[in-house]
Write a new protein. Structure first.
Length: 147
């Protein structure tokens, strides 16, 4: 193999690698990506003192998605606790269309264990049926208390 053939081979390998990376990025851009973060909420002023739990949903996708359900999953079962009438402080409606890089925070009462099943994680579901889950130190603390 001479130097010309070596350079040609190196350029071909580089082109193939860049093609694979480009394909992966194109596929990744078409995926629904949501960050789901359960948090403690501290009611201040005239806020309902029972609303001490919230779930922040951030759209990390490159396109808009509509979130139509949030809640918690229980450990060891397929049951879930959904916030059917979520409290939203911004006064906008539910379900919520989230543009790219925007978020919504759903407030509610802390979820409790159901039929002896402990809390597993928080979730958000889009109108197209994609469900993403998330947990946090605050949620783990809530789950440990057996809320």
């Amino acid at each position: 193999m001479n130097i010309i053939q070596g350079i040609t081979l190196a350029i071909a390998v580089l082109g193939a690698a860049l093609g694979i990376i480009n394909t992966w990025q194109a596929l990744d851009k078409s995926r629904v990506k949501l960050r789901v973060r359960p948090k403690h909420a501290i009611p201040i002023g005239v806020a309902d003192p029972r609303l001490t739990f919230c779930i922040e949903v951030t759209n990390l996708s490159a396109f808009a998605v509509t979130v139509d359900e949030t809640g918690v999953f229980y450990l060891g079962t397929d049951r879930r606790g959904a916030y059917t009438q979520p409290v939203l402080l911004d006064g906008k409606g539910w379900p919520r269309r989230l543009e790219a890089r925007s978020s919504v925070t759903v407030y509610g009462q802390p979820p409790s264990s159901e039929d002896g099943h402990l809390l597993k994680c928080a979730y958000a579901t889009t109108e197209c049926g994609v469900t993403r889950t998330g947990t946090s130190p605050a949620f783990k603390q809530l789950a440990a208390r057996g809320a």
